[in-house]
Design a binder for this molecule. Sequence first.
Ligand SMILES: O=C(O)CCC(=O)C(=O)O
Length: 184
Amino acid sequence: MISELQSIGSTPSFSVMRPIQGVATRLRRLVGSAKARPIPDRLARFDSPEFLAKTESLADPWLREHALNVLKDGYTVIENAVPEKIVDVALTTFSEWKERNRQRFLPEFYKQGCFLDRVVNFQNVFDEFKALFACNQSLVLQDYLFGSPATCYTSLFFEAATQQAIHRDITYFWTCPAYMYFGI
Ligand SMILES: O=C(O)CCC(=O)C(=O)O
């Protein structure tokens, strides 16, 4: 979940830079946007001794436990974060959508035979998937750590899991201010 994104483009070669800069300057004048500049690499707002002390004295034991887990270990496990019924409805919606569209899928969409590999932003189309975010108990924790309501930026659904090695996605989700995203 992330708040605000700023994209970082690759540097164009010198020969195309001047015309592109000219267009960008004119566009900025038209829409009144600020000139793009690097995002300072500051710590996350919740990454400070003061925030840790505040969290240690939280009255709500659930929030205190999970917030401290995130601050100390970088993650926490929230059992039953989404009601089972909402998960079942989302899975049924997915299965029905898959069946309805079977003829449209190319062979390379599948992994291990019959599993769809990478379904992006299903929540933009199906309310049943929106509920997985909106009714997720982790939102209380995220809102506390962000200090403002979390927003769903994007979702990926891998029917057969991603099978990726442990990695960091920070270069893809660089936020302004920095480090304002969570994967759930
Ligand atoms: O398929 C992708 O975009 C990568 C997904 C990923 O890195 C992740 O789920 O952590």
